[in-house]
Design a protein around this ligand. Structure first.
Ligand SMILES: [Zn+2]
Length: 108
């Protein structure tokens, strides 16, 4: 009578967004990593180096880039880093009150 129950405690990795300081599942966060060439967006999660996380939301990047990110990575964001991170930020969805955008663009 071997009742074998595979009770697995599923460990979901939790990380903190340095923008809003919420802790949540890694998959909702984007990893940033400090490399010898500056701070990079790490979409693979495999780049070695000191990492920090930001939500995939523009508002958190906006906040994070103003200081908390650099502090979390224990570095300073160089102008070039900031620029490329801002460019990345532009691709992210913005949050908050954002009334239907571009619904006048040729949809019949
Ligand atoms: Zn956040």
């Amino acid at each position: 009578m071997a009742t074998k129950k595979a009770v697995k405690v599923r460990h979901i990795p939790q990380r903190m967004c340095v923008g809003c300081r919420q802790t949540l599942e890694k998959r909702n966060l984007i990893r940033l990593v400090r490399t010898s060439e500056g701070v990079k967006v790490d979409l693979t999660g495999k780049i070695a180096g000191r990492g920090a996380y930001l939500h995939d939301q523009r508002s958190c990047w906006d906040k994070g880039l103003k200081g908390p990110l650099a502090a979390a990575l224990k570095t300073e964001l160089k102008a070039g880093d900031l620029e490329s991170l801002r460019q990345y930020m532009e691709l992210l969805p913005s949050t908050g009150p954002n009334p239907a955008e571009g619904n006048s663009s040729g949809l019949l």
